[in-house]
Design a protein around this ligand. Structure first.
Ligand code: PCA
Length: 219
């Protein structure tokens, strides 16, 4: 049972984009809506794939729910593993238009904001537990320059005034159904992603100080 006196967990996925009919981030996130972890309720919501609107929706959700932890999840077709993102950068550079037709080029996500923000979730501890549970996972050093990076940046910018709340971002591979239409692309089932997200959230709730272990990249 959830304890109403405990602040909830906000978990977001995205609408379909780029010609896809589903976005597995929303499918997986939706499956966890209403679950309770350590007494805290998970609130799952879907964000639009729109540079401007997504940040407004996210900020409203943070104001409404005053969450203790926010994890945003997005699809990264072509990636083979759950990518736990380390850093969000203050750049929007769209290769394809967003769902509202906007294609910003080298625009700041937040004018005047710092160049970047780091996730405040224990990304290494999450990595270790995901791998221990048999899930393919990695630390990613870039969330790209499209809407997911903008949402991640906007999230961390919004949380700067809320020291109690921690936030981060995970990119996920295509679902098997999507990968079937992109021959050769790796995939992960929505069920496996949902289970992985639950593990990641549990680790985040249970871990104050992150593990110290190498998970960097040479390039
Ligand atoms: N992935 C896109 C935006 C929405 C999504 O699920 C991205 O990686 O930017």
């Amino acid at each position: 049972m959830s304890d109403p006196s405990l602040a909830p967990i906000l978990l977001t996925g995205f609408a379909p984009f780029g010609g896809e009919t589903i976005n597995p981030s929303w499918e997986a996130v939706q499956a966890l809506d209403g679950e309770v972890l350590r007494g805290r309720r998970i609130v799952s919501r879907r964000l639009p794939v729109e540079f401007d609107n997504s940040l407004d929706v996210l900020r409203d959700l943070i104001d409404t729910f005053d969450p203790v932890l926010v994890l945003c999840v997005g699809q990264a077709g072509g990636r083979a593993q759950l990518s736990i993102e380390r850093v969000a950068i203050n750049i929007a550079d769209a290769r394809i238009p967003d769902n509202a037709g906007a294609s910003p080029i080298d625009a700041p996500v937040v004018p005047g904001g710092p160049a970047g923000y780091f996730a405040t979730l224990p990304i290494k501890a999450m990595l270790v537990e995901l791998r221990a549970a048999g899930m393919p996972a990695e630390i990613s050093q870039t969330a790209g320059t499209y809407v997911c990076n903008a949402v991640f940046y906007g999230l961390m910018h919004a949380l700067r005034d809320r020291p109690r709340a921690r936030g981060g971002f995970i990119h996920i591979p295509y679902s098997p159904e999507q990968a079937a239409r992109h021959p050769g692309a790796p995939s992960l089932s929505v069920g496996a992603v949902a289970k992985s997200l639950q593990i990641a959230l549990e680790v985040a709730l249970a871990t104050d100080a992150d593990l110290r272990m190498a998970a960097g990249a040479e390039n």
